[in-house]
Ligand binder design. Sequence first.
Ligand code: UT7
Length: 331
Amino acid sequence: MNKLTAAITAVGSYVPNFVLTNKALEDIVETDDEWITTRTGIKERRILKPEEGEGSSYLAIKATQELLQKKNLDPKEIDLVIVATATPDSMVASTAAFVASEIGASNAFAYDLLAACSSFLFGMSTAASYIESGKYKKVLLVGADKMSSIIDYTDRTTCIIFGDGAGAVLFEPNYEGLGLQDEYLRADGSGRRFLGMEGGGSLMPATEESVKARKHYIFQDGKTVFKFAVSNMADVAEKIMERNDLSHEDVSWLVPHQANKRIIDATARRMGLDDSKVLTNIQRYGNTTSATLPLLLSDYEDKLKKGDNLVFTAFGGGFTWGSVYLKWAYN
Ligand code: UT7
């Protein structure tokens, strides 16, 4: 029998209904459409309003339900549910456990995976390893973030960037050599002073003072993060290409984290890739943190062909970053 690999066999996604445009942001903070468009590539983002639903779990459930329906899959067959997120429903109780119960995955165990904007990328490695070990046959990986729950809408340096959304993929065994081929995953804890959220964790539990000081919102030193993101995302993607003897012609698609169009363009240039091979939807959703990569797969699913070489890259808080090389498994 051929070698066992872990392939993505289905995708689903969900973005909330409310559209927050650059124009609408002009009424909230001192900014303008032109600045946001030229500096980030973002035109609008989706926001989950309480009248529609609450928590990242709501988004994760919706994305998964789409996947289950498309794949015609009985949720009882799922062995494991991983929710990659930076905004779990709450501390302590697993968001993934709630998602698993709500979708009817009653035979699955479930847990959350937190690695900021690299959560989904790292989750791909985790999900694939369970399959490659031969222990499990169906692993559901969901990237879901309600970023609006940790955004300060008086801070123009962050509120223009982030949006809410979710995407789900199913990993299953493959014997045709398709699926995850290689990964190069990195972390550097010195980065946490440049991007994160000071309050709400064990370092700074919520107090009246911490709330007043707006410590429960995300902060970022944009310029520094930008520099790290540009060089590191390109470095790891190049490394993956070299290690697997992939020329720019061999790469069918770059699937980059959607943090800033300029970072995406710089990464593509370093890899020698034409724009037509670069998946983007930042203009419509902004940075949805753990959801950017599966949202791309969902948006471009019709274009992806069996055997296509996909190179994923991401960079996020921590710092965390990396690249994954995956062969697409279906038409
Ligand atoms: O996903 C996790 C990883 N995150 C990232 O990869 C994000 C990386 N960083 C970035 O994408 C960019 O740094 C930003 C989009 C956040 C900012 O773009 P920038 O080109 O680095 O701008 P900047 O921070 O250097 O600011 C330039 C100017 C400043 O004014 P002065 O000091 O030159 O007068 C800012 O105050 O733009 C000003 N500015 C704004 N102006 C209008 C900052 N935010 C805004 C705004 N609208 N929203």
